[in-house]
Design a protein around this ligand. Structure first.
Ligand code: 9G3
Length: 575
């Protein structure tokens, strides 16, 4: 392919609002163009990368027995009203009307759409399991689109859905998809972890997230050198309850003037922060508008994990109570909360690490006062002990090894949905006994366009992008140093033809630009192998440069194809 015919608007400077490497370099290298905040055009080089990723995805999906199809992006709101999600996702949903004032949305995901088609098309368990998928743009009105195409308002997703008549069918589909996802990320050359994650509002308990370690990742992953890895939202430690001994002392109300934080209370009472019991007050919103006040207790030096609390409660939304909520339910201020004396209507959850503690200090729901020697049962109730805290680095993971933290980019997520959507939308089949049963579903997704950001974050350097061979826009970048020198151009064209003949995809920089410009652009574009045709062209000598390592070697043009084959195999091996 002649570079003079490509549209590759490289730039010396990154856009002012670009904070991260992948965003800076994908714009500078002429891969993407911002049409609007969070809305991007994929220029020819990015489009070639996406097409290579899609080919890998299609091969692995087909191997896993999934069948590709295509849904509309423009969806009738009624379908989302039936599932209850039209309201639930509020501002994130793009809503619009057609000429007859009928409500539509731009699809952010397609559980409802696929379920409605299966509902109308499949009625017997004999036709299941079915796994269908699509590669399609999704629309989400992100409040803060950021990091280039990593979090956009329109992005390409692989979304797949499995429909089974029984749990075994779901387990099998889920495992096949999990394997396919590993194959896809392995073949692309991405570094990733498979982590335990929270299923959030998707229902079902099991879900696996595929996370690409990267400094800018929005996920925090808790992992060990063993095989434990979990999203911080879900991560837990090896817990051994301790039964502390100690006679319960007399409950005493102590003046602690001006003490509002755990540390101030500890200071004022001459105790350690871990001896102070910290009370966090939330309002939990359940299906059908019911609001429940929830107090969560934990050691003073622990942090409450709101995802664990809302997952335990199964509530739709969990928010920290405001001052007036606290006044209303506890007749107290956030700086001096405690469980002693709270009304029955307040649910009290306690982190399991409190179990067995005696004579605890805690807020007295009275500014400037704290209790000491407060004890379970005698002085306050706990409705449920559980795992409600966020783990900390260094603590012992369930596999017995110390926990480490890293940031990760969520690149895939698979869910055992169960029957939530098939029930609300009436997608049932007759089972072998002729009984009507809801189909059991799984949903599976990869952020396809987001992969370009993840790959770039993991491979780019200060000179530009670096693509793994499997998804690079071209295999080889041929650069005649001086386009005005006939012999160099002739040799460059000859090499391009023979490499293409050998099955390589070649970008020939035939532009009449200075050498410096060509080399700088080649570094930005990031094709894995560069062949420079320069002064020694007359002797049939060319220079090969490996973009990833910067290594160069001179070879005779007769050995070029052989050397490239070896280098590309090495690069793949190195992955
Ligand atoms: C919405 C909006 C944003 C959303 C969703 C719905 C995330 C939503 C979760 C999923 C779950 C799976 C199929 C492929 C795998 C992931 N953000 N999710 O459902 F209306 Cl505005 O998308 N979907």
């Amino acid at each position: 392919m002649k570079q003079s015919r490509m549209l590759i608007p490289t730039q010396k400077e990154a856009p002012a609002d670009a904070e991260v490497l992948s965003h800076k370099m994908m714009v500078r290298a002429g891969y993407i163009y911002q049409v609007s905040a969070g809305v991007w055009a994929y220029l020819p080089l990015a489009y070639r990368v996406i097409k290579k990723i899609e080919r890998i995805i299609r091969e692995e999906m087909d191997k896993a027995g999934a069948v590709e199809m295509m849904m509309p992006g423009l969806l009738p709101a009624d379908l989302w009203r039936e599932s209850g999600r039209y309201e639930a996702y509020g501002d994130n949903l793009f809503k619009l009307k057609d000429r007859r004032e009928r409500d539509f949305i731009l699809g952010p995901t397609h559980e409802e759409t696929f379920t409605s088609i299966l509902r109308d098309s499949v009625h017997s368990y004999k036709k299941l399991p079915l796994v269908v998928y699509q590669l399609q743009d999704k629309y989400r009105d992100e409040d803060r689109p950021r990091y280039g195409i990593l979090r956009g308002k329109e992005f390409e997703m692989l979304d797949g859905y499995s429909f089974s008549a029984d749990q075994a069918g779901l387990d099998q589909a889920y495992n096949l998809q999990a394997k396919a996802y590993r194959n896809i990320f392995d073949r692309i050359g991405l570094d990733y972890k498979v982590i335990l994650a929270d299923s959030g509002t998707m229902g079902g308990k099991n879900s696996q997230e595929f996370s690409a370690p990267a400094a800018i990742g929005e996920d925090i992953i808790a992992y060990t050198d063993g095989d434990y890895a979990a999203n911080l939202e879900k991560a837990t430690t090896k817990f051994t309850p301790v039964n502390q001994i100690g006679e319960p002392g007399e409950l005493t109300k102590m003046a602690t003037p001006g003490a509002h934080t755990v540390d101030e209370a500890a200071e004022s009472l001459g105790l350690e922060a871990s001896q102070i019991l910290k009370s966090m007050f939330f309002l939990a919103k359940f299906e059908g508008e019911e609001i429940k006040p929830v107090m969560v207790l934990m050691r003073g030096n622990d942090e409450v994990n709101e995802t664990k609390v809302s997952s335990y409660l199964g509530c739709e939304d969990l928010t920290m109570a405001t001052e007036e909520d606290t006044e209303k339910y506890l007749n107290a201020h956030p700086g001096s909360l405690g469980p002693v004396g709270v009304g029955e209507e307040v649910m009290v959850l306690a982190d399991q690490h409190l179990q067995g503690m005696v004579n605890m200090a805690m807020g007295a729901n009275d500014d400037g006062y704290h209790y000491i020697n407060a004890n379970f049962d005698r002085d306050f109730k706990v409705d449920q002990f559980g795992d409600f805290r966020t783990v900390q680095e260094g603590e012992t993971a369930p596999d017995g090894l110390p926990i480490k933290f890293t940031n990760g980019i969520e690149i895939g997520h698979i869910f055992k949905l169960g029957t939530h959507y098939s029930e609300v939308l009436g997608a049932t089949v007759l089972d072998q006994n002729g009984r009507e049963v809801p189909m059991i579903m799984g949903s599976y997704g990869i952020g396809v366009s987001r992969l370009l950001s993840a790959i770039s974050e993991q491979n780019a350097d200060e000179n530009g992008l670096v693509w793994p061979q499997a998804v690079a826009p071209f295999d080889v970048h041929v650069i005649p140093v001086n386009a005005k020198k006939e012999d160099q151009m002739a040799m460059a064209e000859e090499l391009t033809a023979s490499l293409e003949e050998a099955g390589y995809e070649v970008l020939l920089d035939d532009r009449k630009e200075r050498a410096g410009v060509k080399f700088a652009d080649a570094d930005l574009i990031g094709v894995p192998i560069r062949v420079t045709v320069g002064k020694k062209a007359g002797e049939g000598i060319v220079e090969i440069k490996i973009r990833k390592t910067g290594e160069t070697l001179e070879v005779h043009k007769e050995e070029l194809a052989t050397n490239i084959a070896i280098l590309l195999k090495q690069e793949q091996g190195a992955e």
